[in-house]
Design a protein around this ligand. Structure first.
Ligand code: ZN
Length: 233
C-alpha cells in the first residue's frame, strides 16, 4: 500500500523547561491551585494557509503518553511577541480544566472548573486571571448561557475558597452540574404547577366575593322582614 507521501511519526523528546513557562507555571502556582502538576507537551503548529487555529488542546488521557496537555510552543518563545505569563497560564489552565473534566467540552461544568482555577491562580502579569475566562468556555450552553454563567460564577467562587484539591473540586462541580441541569429541566413542570395554583387561588377569591354578595342580600332581606314585622307589633 502507498500513501502518495512519506509516512511520518511523532515522538516526544525531553527538553529543558522553557524559562517563560517556568516563570508562569511555578510550584507556587500549583500550591495555590491545590493541583498535581500536569505535564505540557509543546507542539509547533504549522504556519501557512491551513494554519490550525489552536493555542492548546487536550486529548483524552488514554490517548496520551503521560496525561499531558498540548500547548503551542510559540507561547513560551520570544518571537512575534514576548512570552506573557497571563497568556501561558490562560492556555495551560484551560487545557488543565479539560483534563480534570473529560468529556465536558465547553459546558457550564467546564466553565466553572476553569473559573475556579483562574480564581485560585490570582494575578498574573498584573491581570486578575478570572478576566481571562471567556464565553468560549461556555459555548455549548446555548440559550441557558446567562443562567449558567451565574451558576458557574457562584459555584467556582465558593469552591475556590475551600481546601479541596482541584481534582476533587472537579467531582463536586460535575455532581452539582448534573443536579442543576435536572432542576433546570424540571422548570416547565414547576411553571405549570405555579400557574395552576394561581388559577385555583383566583377562583377561590372569586367564589368568596360571590358568597359575600349573597350574604349581604340575605341580611338585607332579613332586615326588611324584621322591620315589617316590628311595624305590626
Ligand atoms: Zn477548550
Amino acid at each position: 500500500m502507498t500513501m502518495g507521501k512519506p509516512l511520518m511519526a511523532l515522538r516526544q523528546v525531553e527538553i529543558p523547561l522553557p524559562q517563560a513557562f517556568a516563570n508562569a507555571v511555578s510550584p507556587e502556582l500549583f500550591e495555590r491551585l491545590r493541583l498535581e502538576p500536569i505535564p505540557p507537551l509543546f507542539l509547533r503548529k504549522p504556519q501557512g494557509q491551513n494554519n490550525p487555529r489552536w493555542l492548546g488542546f487536550c486529548s483524552f488521557a488514554e490517548h496520551t503518553e503521560f496525561g499531558e496537555i498540548v500547548m503551542d510552543a510559540r507561547l513560551v518563545e520570544a518571537a512575534e511577541w514576548q512570552p506573557r505569563s497571563d497568556w501561558i497560564q490562560f492556555v495551560y489552565l484551560h487545557e488543565v480544566a479539560h483534563r480534570l473534566m473529560p468529556g465536558a467540552c465547553h459546558n457550564g461544568a467546564f466553565g466553572a472548573m476553569v473559573l475556579l482555577l483562574y480564581f485560585r491562580a490570582g494575578v498574573a502579569n498584573e491581570i486578575e486571571m478570572w478576566q481571562r475566562s471567556t464565553l468560549y468556555d461556555f459555548q455549548d450552553e446555548g440559550e441557558n448561557l446567562p443562567r449558567v454563567l451565574a451558576w458557574a460564577w457562584k459555584t467556582a467562587q465558593e469552591l475556590a475558597l475551600t481546601d479541596l484539591r482541584a481534582e476533587r473540586c472537579a467531582d463536586v462541580i460535575a455532581e452539582r452540574y448534573e443536579r442543576w441541569c435536572a432542576w433546570l429541566a424540571a422548570e416547565p413542570e414547576r411553571s405549570r404547577a405555579r400557574q395552576a395554583d394561581a388559577q385555583a387561588r383566583a377562583k377561590q377569591i372569586a367564589d368568596l366575593r360571590e358568597g359575600r354578595y349573597w350574604w349581604a342580600a340575605g341580611a338585607f332581606a332579613l332586615g326588611a322582614m324584621m322591620a315589617t314585622v316590628l311595624q305590626f307589633v
